[in-house]
Design a protein around this ligand. Structure first.
Ligand code: SF4
Length: 223
């Protein structure tokens, strides 16, 4: 499969995978257009310290369906977290992914806003959230707060939708400005969105109190 690099910390290895099927106007991933290198799943697994939690991130890892399954197979026994935009998470793939944790990004509930921002419809993403719940996955939904585009009102609508599926873990993350698309939201804006989402869900957090990426990490290029 193609990978850009591994990012290693004491407890986690992030496998950074290039390419994406979305075309987000405010994409923060500098790896999206990195061609990466072609390596086997076994070769990647050989570079990952045993016992480390493994985050598969992109870009969009589900673009490489078969290779993704091979890598998860090679990582047998290690905690695996798949970070995905959810567009390609159909039932057949999910049934093969049992046992891993999924972090699914829901950019917007409003279909027009989602299509405008990502270039794709959100119907399959919403269906994936329902399937993750029905198949009893350990999973979390996250939304990036983007000032001027995805704010507390949209986040409240997402939380209401999620509450109709179940009491889903929901995380609001702060937008990191790129290309002058938007700005970094203030702490009070994030807190307002968290409070709005908490009207519907029991487990809401934000990237302000709960960072998901280790600060101290080493980048390893493999070939
Ligand atoms: S889903 Fe993520 S990597 Fe893909 S275009 Fe959107 S922000 Fe960038």
């Amino acid at each position: 499969m193609r990978i850009s690099y591994l990012a290693l910390s004491d407890t986690r290895c992030t496998v950074q995978i290039p390419d994406c099927n979305f075309n987000c106007r405010g994409c923060f991933s500098n790896q999206r257009h990195n061609g990466g290198v072609e390596v086997s799943a076994a070769h990647i697994a050989g570079h990952i310290p045993p016992g480390n939690e493994v985050m598969l991130a992109g870009g969009e890892p589900t673009l490489y369906r078969q290779e993704l399954l091979s890598l998860i197979y090679e990582l047998d026994g290690q905690k695996v977290i798949l970070s995905t935009n959810g567009y390609l998470l159909d039932r057949s793939l999910l049934e093969k992914l049992g046992g891993i944790t999924v972090h699914i990004d829901l950019k917007a509930l409003n279909p027009e806003l989602h299509r405008w921002y990502t270039g794709k419809d959100n119907a399959t993403v919403l269906a994936a959230v329902q399937m993750l719940h029905d198949l009893e996955f350990d999973f979390e939904v996250s939304t990036v707060y983007i000032p001027g585009f995805v704010e507390a009102r949209e986040i409240g609508n997402i939380a209401r939708f999620l509450s109709g599926v179940g009491d889903i873990r929901y995380k609001i993350t702060r937008y990191v400005p790129v290309n002058d698309f938007s700005s970094r939201p203030g702490v009070h804006e994030i807190q307002d969105a968290v409070n709005t989402a908490r009207k519907y869900l029991g487990n809401v957090s934000s990237s302000i109190e709960n960072r998901s990426h280790p600060v101290d990490r080493k980048i390893v290029n493999i070939s």
